[in-house]
Design a protein around this ligand. Structure first.
Ligand code: KIV
Length: 285
C-alpha cells in the first residue's frame, strides 16, 4: 500500500473520527526522533512538554518554558515530517492573559508546529477560544493533566468516581464545542474514555485510557525503552534502547582500554612515500 505524502493537517485528523484506522501519535523532541516517528508512519508527532522529564532531566513538566518548547518544535520541524506536528503549550504559557496565550501559541507555530495542545477543560475555554481566533488548531488534554500535578496531589488515575467521570465528559464536550480538533485522554478508566469518545464528534487519543479511543499516544522514550526508570501500567515497550545503548558504549570503552580501537581500517594513513620522506618508516603498520 502506498502512503500519501501530503502532510497531515488538523482537519485531516478531525475527519478521522469514527472511521478508518485508529490515529497513531508519538512524542518526539528533536530531528532524529521526528525522522524515526515519520518513517514509521505515525499520524501525529507531539512535541510534548514531557521533554522536561525524558530529555532535560527535570522531575516534572512544570520546568519548561515557551522558549524551550519552541527550540524543540523547531528541531522536530526540521525533519519536515508528513505527520502533523503539534506543539505542547507549557505550564503558565496560557494561564496569564489572552494576549500572552496567543503570542505563546504563535511562537510554537512560527517554530514549525501546525497545531498546539493545552491541558484542562472548561476552565481553559478562554485560552482555547483565543488561540482558535488566531486560526491555530487546538488539541485538548483531559484526565491526568501533568501540569496540575500539585493540585491533583500526584500522578493518579482520574475520573474514578461518578462526579469526576461526569466532569471529564462535560469538559470534553465543552472543548469539542469550542472547536478543539482532537482530545488527549490521559490515565482514565476505559469506561470513562468510552463515554467521552461516544460523546464528542472529534477524535480522542488515549494514553493509559484503554482501547475505546479513536487513537493512541505513547512517549517516544517509553515505547523505545530509552526511559527505563519507571514503567507505568499503560506503557508497552517495543525496544530496550537504553540497555542496548549502555552495552554499546561499554563495548566502546572496553575496546579503547584494551587498545583495540581504533584499528588500522578506522585510521587515516599517510601515503607510504610521504611517510618515508618524513622518515616515518613503517608508520602505517
Ligand atoms: O507531553 C506529553 O508527552 C503529553 C503526552 C503524554 C500526551 O502530553
Amino acid at each position: 500500500m502506498t502512503r500519501s505524502t501530503a502532510p497531515l493537517r488538523a482537519p485531516d485528523v478531525r475527519a478521522r473520527k469514527g472511521g478508518g484506522a485508529p490515529l497513531v501519535m508519538v512524542t518526539a523532541y528533536d530531528e532524529p526522533s521526528a525522522r524515526v516517528a515519520d518513517d514509521a508512519g505515525v499520524d501525529i508527532i507531539l512535541v510534548g512538554d514531557s521533554v522536561a522529564m525524558v530529555v532535560l532531566g527535570y522531575d516534572d513538566t512544570l520546568q519548561v518554558t515557551t522558549d524551550d518548547m519552541a527550540h524543540h518544535v523547531a528541531a522536530v520541524a526540521r525533519a519536515k515530517p508528513r505527520a502533523l506536528v503539534v506543539g505542547d503549550l507549557p505550564w503558565l504559557s496560557y494561564h496569564v492573559s489572552r494576549e500572552e496565550t496567543v503570542r505563546n501559541a504563535a511562537r510554537l507555530v512560527r517554530a514549525g508546529a501546525a497545531a498546539v495542545k493545552l491541558e484542562g477543560g472548561r476552565k481553559r475555554l478562554g485560552a482555547v477560544q483565543a488561540i482558535l481566533d488566531t486560526e491555530i488548531p487546538v488539541m485538548g488534554h483531559l484526565g491526568l493533566t501533568p501540569q496540575s500535578v500539585h493540585a491533583l496531589g500526584g500522578y493518579r488515575v482520574q475520573g474514578k468516581q461518578l462526579d469526576a467521570a461526569q466532569e471529564i465528559v462535560d469538559d470534553a464536550v465543552a472543548l469539542a464545542d469550542a472547536g478543539c480538533f482532537a482530545i488527549v485522554l490521559e490515565c482514565v478508566p476505559d469506561a470513562v474514555a468510552r463515554m467521552v469518545t461516544d460523546a464528542v464528534p472529534v477524535p480522542t487519543i488515549g494514553i493509559g485510557a484503554g482501547r475505546h479511543c479513536d487513537g493512541q499516544v505513547l512517549v517516544y522514550h517509553d515505547l523505545l525503552g530509552l526511559e527505563d526508570r519507571l514503567t507505568p501500567k499503560f506503557v508497552r515497550r517495543y525496544a530496550s534502547l537504553k540497555a542496548d545503548a549502555t552495552a554499546a558504549v561499554a563495548r566502546f570503552a572496553a575496546d579503547v582500554r584494551a587498545g583495540t580501537f581504533p584499528s588500522s581500517e578506522e585510521t587515516y594513513h599517510l601515503a607510504d612515500d610521504v611517510a618515508d620522506a618524513l622518515g616515518l618508516h613503517g608508520a602505517n603498520a
